[in-house]
Design a protein around this ligand. Sequence first.
Ligand SMILES: C[S@@+](CC[C@H](N)C(=O)[O-])C[C@H]1O[C@@H](n2cnc3c(N)ncnc32)[C@H](O)[C@@H]1O
Length: 257
Amino acid sequence: MLVLFRKTPILGALLAQVVALPVVAAVTAPLTSSVERLPLIAIALLLQGALAALICGLLKLPRWWLLIAFLFPIAMGSALLVGNLPAWPFGLAFLVLALVFSNTTRGRVPLYLTNAETASVLKDLMRDRSATRVLDLGCGLGGVVRALNGEGRKARGVENAPAVYLAARFLAAVTGRGEIRRGDLWKTDVSQEDVVYAFLSPAPMAALWQKLSTEMKPGSLFVSNSFAVPDVDPDEIWELSDSRKTRLFLYPIGKAE
Ligand SMILES: C[S@@+](CC[C@H](N)C(=O)[O-])C[C@H]1O[C@@H](n2cnc3c(N)ncnc32)[C@H](O)[C@@H]1O
C-alpha cells in the first residue's frame, strides 16, 4: 500500500484529507458555541492542513506533498470565504503552470528533482573516474549542475521548460556554478562529455539510449536516475540509502552490449 502511495502521491494526499476531515470536525464541533465563526473556521482549516500533512508524513510521501497537504485546505477555505475572487490570480497561476509544465505533455517528462544525497554520490562517482565534464539532460532547476560544478569539473545543463530554465539560469548566475542552456535534449551535443546524467521518465529511455550510445565518446558513462534503458543491461545499479531509495543505472559507452 505504501508503495502505491509513493508511486502515486496524489492518492495518499487525498486519503490524508479524507481521514483528517472527521477528526477536525469532531475536535472543532464543541467549540461552535464558544468561538466566533471566522476564528473557528481558521482553526479548523489549520488543523485540517496540519493533520493531513502529518498523515502524508506517515505515508512517507515526498516532502513537498506535506506542504501541499497543509496549504490545500487553507487555500480552498480562503477562496470560498473571500468569494467573488478576481480572475487574474487564476490566469497568472495558469501562465506559471504553462511555463513550467508546457513540455510535459509532449515529452512525458515532468519536473521532479534529484536530491542532495544523490548529487553527492554523483560527485564521488566523478571524482573516482577523474571525470571533468558532465551534462545533465533536462536539468530542471540545475541543482545537479551546481552540485557537480567546481574542483576542476565543468558541469552543464540543458532545459526546455521556459520558467524552469530561467530559474536554473538565475541560480547558476548567482552561485557562479555551472552553465545552463535553453534547448532540447534531443538536439544537444553530447560528444564531449565524460558523464551524461538524466532523470527523466520511462517514456524516452529507449530513444535516449539510441542517441547516447551512438553520439557519446568511448569510455564515457551514461547515468540514469531511476529509469532503466529497456533491454539493455546496465554495467552497475547503485541503490542509495536516501529516503527515496534512489537507484542509479550506469551504462558505460563503447562496451559490447
Ligand atoms: C525529472 S526533471 C529532472 C531535473 C534535474 N535533472 C534533476 O535531476 O534535478 C526532468 C526535466 O527535464 C526537462 N525536459 C523534459 N524534456 C526535455 C527536453 N526535450 N529537452 C530539455 N529538457 C527537457 C523537464 O522540463 C524537467 O525539468
